[in-house]
Design a protein around this ligand. Structure first.
Ligand SMILES: [Zn+2]
Length: 375
């Protein structure tokens, strides 16, 4: 995500605010800026990712800035602030002043490469992209993320469709895991943790789409941020499949030349091979969430999905090991057509989740609240 013009406010708040942590203490200078981490090892891991990802964005993305310098902090996931107050840690955050990125914060997790590529894309987008609009900018950043961490793409696509379909009220599909907890009165209580799309209070109608795609900045709609980012990702992937990054860039330049603030809606829909009324959009969003498509995804990409589940959920099942989790969590995908698929019936998901589960110390203090991942 990107927070434009926020830095001066943050600097003012710096001494009294709890949500802006101090810079991590270890730093390394690079030709592109300074890398900060909580240990020398963390700072150098950040430099490795940064020096690999930034040049590939600059080579692959037309109209990118060549000599942008920025500070990057690699921090614990829960240290990433939540300035839009959406109630969960975000993937990463970029602070900009006058369109120039000054500081990027990224979480030290298995998603580092994806999130770093996403935030660096915000930072490196040159002025020729000014008419892209806020929704497609998020989508473009996610697309660049997918190039840097392709192993996360299968599960990310599921999240994209869950989040975007939820804008239209279709929020039933999701991944769920059960966690049994013994209460004070010795009763066992079952909690379901997992992720699905969140529908807004005002369910979208097809006519809402042109308004949101016409926004330069999605900052004023924090409650829709996750859904808008996913919708933008869906559209950018379709556009890039058809006309490439060059075609998308060319549309931005042409829109600017014709004095549009944002690429016209009709151009976006045509480039994404969707009808101008947006009627085909919803069926396209729902298709991968049907049981039949999910079944195919789990068969074809079980290893990536198992690795994601192990990396993402271990911190929410403290004290569990991989075999226990696979055996007792009743991992389920609920499809948009109301079917429950048992995730661990798929051999690659089962084996990979079990084998890749990180070893963690038992801790009775650390009880995480139920959560919905919407990074
Ligand atoms: Zn972003």
């Amino acid at each position: 995500m990107s927070v434009r013009h926020l830095l001066p406010v943050l600097l003012l708040l710096g001494s009294c605010s709890t949500w802006m942590p101090a810079a991590p203490e270890h730093s390394l200078q690079t030709p592109l800026g300074t890398a900060f981490g909580n240990s020398p090892d963390a700072a150098s891991r950040l430099v490795d990712s940064w020096m690999r990802i930034a040049p590939s964005i600059q080579l692959g993305l037309p109209g990118s800035k060549a000599d942008e310098r920025v500070d990057i902090w690699l921090v614990d996931q829960d240290e990433i602030p939540d300035p839009f107050n959406i109630g969960h840690p975000m993937g990463g955050i970029t602070y900009s002043v006058g369109g120039d990125a000054k500081l990027i914060q990224v979480p030290d997790t298995h998603k580092l490469d994806w999130v770093l590529a996403h935030e660096l894309t915000h930072a490196l987008l040159g002025p020729e992209w000014n008419t892209l609009g806020g929704v497609l900018e998020e989508g473009l950043c996610e697309y660049m993320g997918s190039l840097s961490a392709p192993q996360l793409k299968p599960v990310r696509m599921l999240q994209v469709h869950m989040g975007a379909a939820a804008l239209y009220g279709y929020d039933q599909a999701g991944l769920f895991f059960a966690r049994a907890e013994r209460q004070e009165d010795d009763q066992i209580e079952m909690k379901w943790l997992g992720e699905k799309g969140n529908s807004p209070e005002q369910i979208w109608q097809p006519s809402d789409l042109p308004f949101y795609l016409g926004l330069l900045d999605i900052g004023p709609y924090p409650e829709l941020r996750a859904g808008l980012q996913r919708l933008g990702t869906f559209l950018v992937l379709r556009i890039v499949e058809r006309i490439g990054l060059e075609g998308l860039h060319e549309m931005c330049v042409r829109a600017e030349y014709q004095d549009h603030d944002v690429i016209p809606f009709a151009w976006i829909m045509r480039a994404a091979d969707l009808d101008p009324d947006g009627e085909r959009l919803l069926p396209e969003l729902l298709r991968p969430l049907r049981a039949r498509s999910a079944h195919r995804l789990f068969r074809e990409h079980g290893v990536e999905i198992g690795r994601y589940i192990a990396s993402e959920y271990a911190s929410h099942f403290v004290g569990w090991d991989g075999p226990n989790f696979v055996h007792f969590s009743a991992g389920t995908f609920r499809s948009i057509d109301g079917r429950n698929l048992a995730l661990f019936d798929y051999e690659p998901i089962r084996t990979t989740t079990r084998n890749e589960w990180p070893l963690r110390k038992n801790s009775v203090d650390q009880v995480m609240p139920p959560f919905v991942v919407t990074w």
